[in-house]
Ligand binder design. Structure first.
Ligand code: PGA
Length: 257
């Protein structure tokens, strides 16, 4: 595989600033010497600056968990792309299923956020994935392709270079149920074909496609060993330095293989 494995940690709404500082420091120490695997930490907005102090002279990148599409103004509670950048972020997660489920995110708003983020020079991790009901109704591919097309509408080839797509089946997030490597690989391959259709084959080959949903040290190797799985978006297991660092070490071994 010529794509570098990218492991991102989505901290969600966890960690006060003192806990964030501790976790980031531990992860930094435990991943010393990792240089074939890209690592991204996505703490809550409030901890971005604190974590940035820890990672700023390392190869670990920092990401936000959402971004608003307007540049500035009277939008109480929202965070702009420039604000994320000024706190040290170079990435942002967009369209996470929890945003879609609980906060009214739609394919259209995902697209608006993505265009703004990329215009501002941020890179993005765009999340897609079906619910259990959709999978049981054999709608997985329809749903995922609608989400991918919706999210990426209007992107130029140059912008697409800064996008990672994360396939996260909703039924596997935080549930301990992981998609089997075959189930994940099947959807990843379909997404890569779709990117070839929307953009071109070269772009589809370069695209980093992460899997997310109960990734942990015990299943990381099998998942990351699949042809079209180029990384992981890790929730629960990134909140402990040991398990996150272990996933990164597994990726590093596979990168070198
Ligand atoms: P999980 O979360 O690893 O806790 O399932 C993944 C995610 O939501 O990105």
């Amino acid at each position: 595989m010529d794509r570098k494995i990218v492991i991102a940690g989505n901290w969600k709404m966890n960690k006060s600033n003192s806990d964030a500082l501790q976790l980031a420091n531990q992860i930094k120490i435990k991943t010393t010497g990792i240089n074939h695997t890209a690592v991204i930490m996505c703490p809550p907005f409030t901890a971005l600056s604190v974590v940035n102090e820890v990672v700023k002279n390392t190869s670990i990148d920092l990401g936000g968990q959402n971004v608003f599409w307007e540049k500035e103004g009277a939008y109480t509670g929202e965070i702009s792309a420039e604000m994320l950048k000024s706190a040290g972020a170079s990435y942002v997660i967009i369209g996470h299923s929890e945003r879609r489920q609980y906060f009214g995110e739609t394919d259209e708003t995902v697209n608006k956020r993505l265009l703004t983020a990329l215009d501002s020079g941020l890179k993005a991790i765009v999340c897609v994935g079906e619910t259990l009901e959709q999978r049981e109704n054999n709608e997985t591919m329809n749903v995922v392709s609608r989400q991918v097309k919706g999210a990426l509408g209007g992107l130029t080839d140059a912008q697409m270079q800064d996008v990672i797509v994360a396939y996260e089946p909703v039924w596997a997030i935080g549930t301990g149920k992981t998609a089997t490597p075959e189930q994940a690989q099947e959807v990843h391959a379909a997404i890569r074909n779709l990117i070839a259709d929307i953009f071109n084959t070269e772009m589809s080959k370069k695209l980093v496609l992460q899997y997310g949903g109960s990734v942990k040290p015990e299943n990381a190797e099998e998942l990351l060993g699949q042809d079209d799985i180029d990384g992981a978006l890790v929730g629960g297991a990134c909140l402990k330095a040991d398990s996150f660092a272990e996933i990164i070490r597994i990726a590093e071994r596979l990168n070198r293989a």
